[in-house]
Ligand binder design. Structure first.
Ligand SMILES: Cc1cc2nc3c(=O)[nH]c(=O)nc-3n(C[C@H](O)[C@H](O)[C@H](O)COP(=O)(O)O)c2cc1C
Length: 428
């Protein structure tokens, strides 16, 4: 990926073995769908050691993380990677995760976002407000690592957490890691517009993706942020070979390995619909009458309404390409398709999923990247600096002033300088 100048590597994560398909965990275990899942954070240091520029977007589920420990782990990783960390903020959608974590029933959708708002406020305090810029003085002559008057205790007495502590780690290159999010509901889009710097979206067609991107950016502007403060990355899968004919053959080969049962297991987990209760050739409208319309199913039916979708049909369609478009062809064909897609959807970039790993990424780097570079549609070298500086064209390693995290810094600093002024006055 670094050879191909990818901005970052995204590691998804869920907790708990899914038991939606067939009401048990068999399918998830048999087909290895979401199981096993290793801790994304622990995978980063090994990859960071052999790369210099590649960013790492790890998924962290704030519903189950202890804020103080989570902030410390991310700060540690941001130090280890020289500022290449991103955090995909998720609240979790799986009942199995709630049970695994001893939380009983999963919290309601909007409550999860209430929790998320409080968690973020706490993270900003720890990452931005606890240690001032310049607090680490490394003054050998005066036997001083950091100036205690510039390191602040965070007091938080909220609905979901209480905390009274100084952040355990001195400021990392980015302080707050680059914030990724993928909310699609109204509440999710508002959260993205308020907090996210990068948003992941899915959708098989331009009409499904373009309005969502426009809406998220408009919501961000309404909150006083610039539309470019929120970069939108839509999902895409590429199957490429030297010629169109060879790429079609490669696709046919890939299709031989598709597991319809495995795909249904993933779809069941993601949608909450138990697809094992339907026959493969059942039409989807039957399902849509059941436990409510789910956006996962809509991704297919709304995306291509001219088609009669069957259970087997969405399993096959999602097995290669997931909930995003599939681009198949020569480098020229794929480049044409990707440029059209990005232009028409208003995407700032792509979240490239792989039909095979690492084969699809190697193919992309070897064949598509040079073609895009030749058309001046892809960078030829990395920007220096942190992940945030690379993504934002060198605008700065820290969150911009228009981001709500700035309040955590200003507030802390204002009260600190007021105290310092008081002290200076009384000393006089
Ligand atoms: C590309 C993409 C990746 C996602 N990755 C994860 C993930 O790793 N873990 C997770 O729990 N949720 C993940 N989600 C789900 C989102 O966090 C979110 O719950 C979902 O998009 C529904 O949005 P809503 O909560 O606003 O309804 C992902 C969503 C998308 C589109």
């Amino acid at each position: 990926m670094e050879r191909g100048h990818f901005d970052g590597l995204f590691l998804a994560d869920t907790l708990g073995v899914s038991d939606v398909h067939g009401g048990c965990t068999d399918a998830a275990i048999r087909y290895a769908t979401g199981t096993p899942r290793h801790d994304p954070m622990l995978l980063v240091p090994a990859m960071a050691a052999v790369t210099e520029h590649l960013g790492f977007g790890i998924t962290g589920n704030l519903t189950y993380e202890a804020p103080y420990l989570f902030a410390r782990r991310l700060s540690t990783l941001d130090h280890l990677t020289n500022g290449r960390m991103g955090w995909n903020i998720v609240t979790g959608y799986m009942q199995a995760a709630a049970q695994a974590m001893g939380a009983g029933a999963i919290k309601g959708h909007d409550t999860r976002y209430d929790v998320a708002e409080e968690f973020m406020a706490l993270m900003y305090q720890l990452w931005e407000g606890s240690w001032e810029d310049g607090s680490v003085v490394l003054d050998h002559a005066n036997d001083t690592f950091a100036d205690p008057t510039r390191v602040h205790r965070i007091h938080h007495d909220g609905t979901y957490w209480k905390l009274d502590a100084i952040h355990m780690v001195e400021p990392s290159p980015q302080r707050t890691p680059v914030l990724y999010q993928a909310g699609s509901s109204g509440r999710g889009r508002d959260f993205a517009a308020g907090h996210a710097e990068c948003v992941f979206l899915t959708g098989k067609t331009v009409p499904m993706v373009a309005p969502v991107i426009a809406d998220i950016k408009a919501r961000a502007v309404a909150r006083g942020r610039a539309s470019d403060d929120v970069l939108c990355f839509s999902l895409a899968t590429v199957v490429v070979a030297e010629t169109d004919a060879l790429a079609e053959l490669k696709l046919v080969d890939f299709q031989r390995y598709v597991s319809v049962a495995g795909a249904l297991s993933i779809l069941s987990t993601n949608s909450g619909i138990d697809f094992s209760t339907y026959r493969p050739d059942d039409e989807l409208p039957r399902i849509r009458g059941d436990a409510g319309v789910h956006s996962i199913v809509d991704a297919f039916t709304v995306g291509d309404p001219s088609k009669i979708w069957t259970v087997r049909g969405i399993a096959e369609a999602s097995a290669l390409g997931g909930r995003g478009p599939l681009f198949v062809g020569s480098p020229q064909t794929v480049a044409d398709g990707l440029i059209d897609w990005v232009t028409q959807t208003g995407s700032d970039g792509l979240n490239l999923s792989a039909a095979t790993c690492p084969g699809c990424f190697t193919d992309f780097v070897d064949l598509v990247v040079p073609e895009l570079q030749a058309r001046s549609r892809y960078k030829t070298e990395y920007q220096p600096g942190t992940l945030r500086e690379k993504l934002r064209g060198g605008a700065g390693a820290h969150l911009p002033a228009s981001h709500p995290a700035e309040h955590a810094r200003r507030g802390e600093r204002a009260s600190h300088s007021a105290k310092a002024a008081e002290r200076a006055f009384s000393t006089e």
